[in-house]
Design a protein. Structure first.
Length: 254
């Protein structure tokens, strides 16, 4: 039987997860639309070939069929991934950090491409798996990466006369029994300046008459469950901006 505060905390976690998924709806729709558009084009091509039977060949049909199959598999992968986010399931004991990063960027990469934000991820070769559920880790990365995107957006809106090369970086390495991941962005410094408020659920920042959902409540809670932690560094790049979030994850060596 769960205690009242445990039940309340679980509801907060669920609510923050749903809020995060709501923020990536547009990106997900874009990822779904791409294979659907490709299949529509292939269907139109097949109709055109049907009207010109002399140009029809087995090789062409095989190729178009293979393209449609690839698009269907892509749709299935996206929908299966979303199902894992949305529904109760058996949790995994460990996962791969690089795979989790790739999965998250497959969902929100369009948000970064549309804003010309370059990303660079570096993983040391001896990096072990991490002892955390795969989807929980993706929620953590989703939270941190979206925070970075918002910080970059706000810097651009606050100083439109000062263009800059927008960037997101992640470096991961092993430190004894842990895997460390340092995430940096060159957006407006929101993490350290709001350090005492970041751990509150649904905390929002107010910049240039704009409100942005920006906190690390979900990150801290999910890491604490597995014996990890989240640390905010006092980081400023040469332009006096930037955020640096360090994640400590337990290594899986079994």
């Amino acid at each position: 039987m769960s205690l009242p505060h445990e039940s309340g905390n679980a509801e907060l976690l669920k609510a923050t997860k749903l809020a995060l998924l709501g923020e990536v709806t547009g990106s997900i729709l874009h990822e779904l639309n791409q294979p659907l558009t490709a299949m529509s084009i292939d269907a139109g091509y097949l109709k055109m070939l049907a009207e010109k039977p002399n140009e029809l060949s087995a090789e062409t049909l095989i190729q178009v069929g293979a393209d449609i199959e690839d698009d269907i598999h892509r749709l299935q992968k996206i929908t299966q991934h979303l199902r894992a986010f949305a529904y109760e399931r058996e949790q995994t004991l460990h996962t791969n950090l690089k795979t989790a990063v790739e999965n998250v960027m497959s969902l929100i990469g369009e948000q970064f491409r549309a804003r010309a934000i370059k990303w660079e991820f570096e993983f040391k070769e001896d990096l072990p798996s991490v002892a955390i559920d795969a989807i929980e880790l993706e929620y953590i990365l989703l939270n941190v990466f979206l925070n970075a995107r918002k910080a970059i957006d706000l810097r651009e809106k606050l100083c439109p006369e000062k263009p800059f090369q927008k960037s997101l970086t992640l470096k991961a390495w092993r430190n004894q029994d842990h895997v460390m991941a340092l995430v940096k962005d060159n957006g407006l410094n929101l993490s350290y300046t709001n350090l005492h408020h970041l751990w509150r659920p649904f905390f929002t920042v107010h910049v240039a008459k704009e409100r942005q959902y920006y906190n690390l409540f979900l990150v801290a809670q999910l890491l604490e469950k597995v014996g990890g932690k989240c640390q905010v560094h006092q980081y400023f790049n040469g332009e006096g901006t930037g955020n640096a979030i360090e994640l400590t994850l337990p290594a899986w060596d079994k």
